[in-house]
Design a protein around this ligand. Structure first.
Ligand SMILES: Cc1cc2nc3c(=O)[nH]c(=O)nc-3n(C[C@H](O)[C@H](O)[C@H](O)COP(=O)(O)OP(=O)(O)OC[C@H]3O[C@@H](n4cnc5c(N)ncnc54)[C@H](O)[C@@H]3O)c2cc1C
Length: 422
């Protein structure tokens, strides 16, 4: 690779404005597709050289997702995911403490990513290209990649996730704040659940509330977007407190005694940790949830962070999605927030006279929304942090107000459409 600056207009409409998107995951692909539909020439630069599909996680598809997909040119796709109509709360003995009607679409990260990725041309999706820094000295930003290549553009969109290089360069004050708890998560093939467990929990959003913890399970699409009953998967997430200095450090230490500061590859997790999780499930969770935990092929440990950037734009550069804000997952707003960040940005770019003015407007609009989501998610996750001696005990399923709030509010974004805050 040479280090001459590429401006990316070879073979494209002369005069069209050029955007580069850093990060080819959900936010980045939404940005690329929407910008393209609004007349931009777009290239996506993704650090990972291989497929991103291995991240597998369940996603609650909020109603706005379908509109956002349609805006990105993905209209006639049939179902986005599968439907659940009911939420249940089971205690450790398997007794049903609550049942609440709630119709929602649940899907998988892969399904949403595949829909988006299939619409964006391969020749402009540059895998294995890691952004190192952005040169800000000229009129237009120049992105510098790990291979030494330089790319100049009229607009740079940082969609590079929770540890965004773009954000760390432009807004270094925005820091990840560990929340005091982790999520254990994974997916199980539908067919591996026993018939009794399947009958009782599979077609529900199923909750367990041991004191200071939350278990959550729901069905998601199967491998390769399969939505045929029988071929689906069950998504399990278990939020558990883990003090940063002691328990989290221990969980992030691998079979060779090496500490991983960010996340631990599942195959390197110590077998003891898996044993402890199974034992805790036997003590704290309903028999159906215990079974689900015991069947998980691998456990993914996800420390939960808050991230709130005070700025989203600098000149011709903007950050969107998880690069800008990361809320605890209880609101399940990450995907639609990313999509709506992009909608706000392209509308402003259409209507304002300059890229800089458009991004200022985008920043003002989206900072407010991001803050509301963060505040709401903090409130919903407040019970799960590791407690210090002397702190009040965490509520449990027996605290009806708390349990009602969890069952009625989790993974719903209706609060964003009301004037009340958070
Ligand atoms: C347990 C859990 C459950 C969740 N549940 C839901 C849910 O139910 N509903 C929902 O809407 N959301 C949910 N979310 C959040 C949702 O997954 C994210 O908000 C969403 O995927 C948006 O991610 P993103 O594209 O902004 O970032 P990411 O998916 O992190 O993508 C960033 C991309 O940038 C690339 N990259 C990073 N650095 C560079 C670089 N320097 N150069 C080039 N490329 C780079 C990365 O490789 C990656 O592909 C959940 C999250 C968690 C943790």
């Amino acid at each position: 690779m040479t280090s001459s600056v590429t401006t990316q207009h070879q073979g494209r409409a002369p005069g069209a404005r050029r955007a580069i998107v850093i990060g080819g995951s959900i936010s980045g692909l939404f940005a690329a597709l929407l910008l393209e539909r609004h007349g931009w020439q777009v290239d996506v630069y993704e650090r990972s050289a291989g497929a991103l599909a291995g991240r597998g996680a369940g996603i609650v598809a909020q109603p706005e997702l379908r509109e956002a997909l349609a805006a990105a040119g993905i209209g006639d796709i049939g179902a986005v995911g599968v439907q659940v109509e009911t939420r249940i709360l089971l205690d450790a003995d398997g007794r049903e403490l609550m049942r609440h009607p709630c119709s929602q679409t649940v899907t998988s990260w892969e399904r949403v990513h595949t829909l988006l990725r299939a619409r964006f041309p391969n020749e402009r999706y540059h895998a294995g290209r890691e952004l190192r820094a952005i040169n800000l000295s000229g009129d237009r930003p120049i992105a510098r990649f790990a291979d030494g290549s330089l790319v100049e553009a009229d607009l740079v969109v940082g969609a590079d996730g929770i540890r965004s290089t773009v954000r760390q360069q432009l807004f270094p004050d925005a820091r990840l704040e560990y929340t005091g708890y982790v999520a254990w998560r994974s997916l199980i093939d539908e067919r591996s659940l026993s018939p009794e467990t399947h009958r009782r929990i599979f077609w529900t959003m199923a909750f367990g509330l041991p004191p200071g913890e939350q278990f959550l399970g729901y069905p998601v699409t199967g491998p390769n977007d399969d939505m045929t009953p029988g071929n689906l998967r069950y998504n399990v997430v278990w939020y558990r407190p883990a003090d940063e200095a002691t328990e989290l450090a221990r969980l992030l230490t691998d079979i060779n005694g090496r500490h991983h500061p960010i996340s631990i590859p599942p195959p390197l997790m110590r077998p003891q940790v898996r044993t402890e999780i199974n034992e805790a499930a036997a003590r704290l969770l309903a028999p159906e949830y215990r079974e689900a935990i015991s069947l998980l092929p691998q456990l993914i440990l996800q420390p939960i962070y808050d991230l709130e950037s005070q700025r989203l734009a600098h000149g011709r550069i903007a950050i969107i999605g998880d690069a800008a804000f990361v809320a605890r997952p209880h609101v399940a707003a990450g995907v639609i927030k990313a999509a709506e960040d992009v909608l706000s940005m392209v509308t402003a770019l259409d209507e304002e006279n300059s890229v800089e003015a458009a991004l200022e407007r985008f920043e003002a609009e989206r900072l407010a929304v991001g803050r509301r989501i963060i505040a709401r998610a903090r409130q919903m996750g407040a019970s799960y942090k590791a407690r210090r001696p002397g702190e009040a005990a965490a509520p449990s399923a027996l605290d009806r107000d708390y349990a009602n709030a969890v069952i009625e509010d989790t993974a719903l974004t209706t609060f964003l459409r009301t004037a009340k805050s958070p």
